[in-house]
Design a protein around this ligand. Structure first.
Ligand SMILES: [Zn+2]
Length: 392
């Protein structure tokens, strides 16, 4: 510190440093560089270097910077050497990011992105090789893939009782779309309104049952239907339609109008099935798989949709795997993949049933399934069957 005090005192006094003293980049004066009898002729101008701690205009005696100063104090003469680089555009240049997200990524990457700090709640993207504000968000920014401007909060629209998940979907379908503030944290609970504000009316222990539109929703545990009776059509018990089926699934397939020759796989290890058709357990001493594949080549798209609905009404989560559509590879065979929701099954199949209940494709991409969607009544049957085993 002695050198620093010396520097300021020298400046206050309006005079220069001792001849030969060298100001280092951190503002200290290097005593070792003081002149001695052997170096009487070291010029003052050449030894005072500018740096961040010494305002330039406070040092009227300082000489203009030149090459000789750079030699004397290389780090001070190149003040930009330690400044981080500007953040480059990401590989996926069109990806949208919230400013706050982009700022965190910049910090982690050790680069600078001033735009992100200036617009933490706006949507940023790279366009033409440069970061830009893609959209200014009035309601803040919603991180995710892709990030998006947050929607305005919905005015509470629940009349009696609405599952959080269904209310959130309703909000998105409104014009203009809006956001239910208690979603997704309370998607499985019953929401309501009190004095115009969103409230959790009931926290559901076993999830929320979405009744057809116009009928109040209820917690699953409050439903009249028992888990053993999901309210589905009667279906007589007969012999197995095909080896590898669970007896109950076999009966339900028959009642849905499926004949043995339509079944292309029960238990099996086809490469395209990636283990989904491995055995799930035993019934009556025989291995079964909860999943079954059905041939579709002789059916029109309308007939396929009708079959999917009949399957759902008998407790199957089912998808038409159409090559090149809904996430199914273009080079794989068309078929219906159906999972009977009411029996023990491997975790992979449970994940597919959960996807089905949410309107998703049951594939790794978990995208919305566009080809068909079940009626509310059929969806309720699949949901209740699934819960009797997996959400006790
Ligand atoms: Zn399958």
């Amino acid at each position: 510190m002695r050198g620093l005090c010396c520097l300021f005192m020298a400046l206050l006094a309006g005079c220069a440093l001792e001849p030969g003293a060298t100001t280092l980049s951190d503002g200290q004066v290097d005593d070792a560089a003081r002149p001695d009898a052997a170096r009487p002729d070291v010029a003052l101008d050449a030894t005072v270097a500018l740096d961040a701690t010494v305002p330039r205009d406070a040092e009227p005696d300082a000489a203009p910077r030149d090459a000789s100063q750079a030699d004397a104090a290389p780090d001070a003469a190149a003040p930009d050497a330690a400044t981080p680089d500007a953040c480059p555009c990401p590989e996926d240049a069109s990806a949208l990011r919230c400013g706050a997200e982009a700022a965190a990524e910049a910090a982690a990457a050790g680069c600078v992105l001033p735009l992100a700090a200036e617009h933490p709640t706006d949507l940023l993207a790279c366009r033409d090789g440069a970061w830009r504000v893609a959209e200014a968000c009035a309601e803040g920014c919603q991180p995710g893939e892709p990030a998006a401007c947050a929607l305005p909060e919905c005015a509470c629209f629940v009349q009696v009782a609405w599952c959080g998940e269904g209310a959130a979907r309703e909000g998105l379908s409104r014009d203009p779309p809006c956001r239910v503030p208690l979603s997704p944290a309370h998607d499985g609970d019953i929401l309501g309104c009190r004095d115009g504000a969103w409230i959790v009316q009931r926290a559901c222990e076993d999830g929320c049952f979405q009744a057809p539109r116009g009928t109040p929703d209820a917690c699953n545990e409050e439903l009249v239907a028992t888990p053993q009776d999901p309210g589905w059509a009667d279906c007589p018990h007969r012999g197995l339609l095909a080896r590898g089926l669970h007896p109950e699934a076999s009966d339900r397939l028959r009642c849905a109008g499926v004949t043995a020759d339509r079944i292309s796989q029960t238990i099996g290890n086809a490469a395209a099935s990636a283990g989904y058709h491995a055995a799930d357990g035993q019934a009556d001493g025989l291995d079964y798989c909860a999943a079954v594949d059905l041939r579709t080549r002789d059916l029109t798209r309308a007939q396929i949709r009708a079959l999917l609905e009949r399957l759902a009404s008998h407790g199957f989560a089912a998808w038409y795997r159409e090559p090149g559509a809904d996430g199914w590879p273009a080079d794989e065979a068309p078929h219906i993949h159906a999972v009977f929701a009411g029996v023990r099954m491997k975790a992979q199949l449970q994940g597919q049933v959960r996807d089905f209940l949410r309107g998703l494709n049951g594939l790794a991409s978990h995208r919305a399934y566009a080809f068909w969607s079940p009626t509310a009544a059929s969806l309720a049957i699949v949901r209740l069957l699934f819960q009797r085993r997996y959400n006790p």
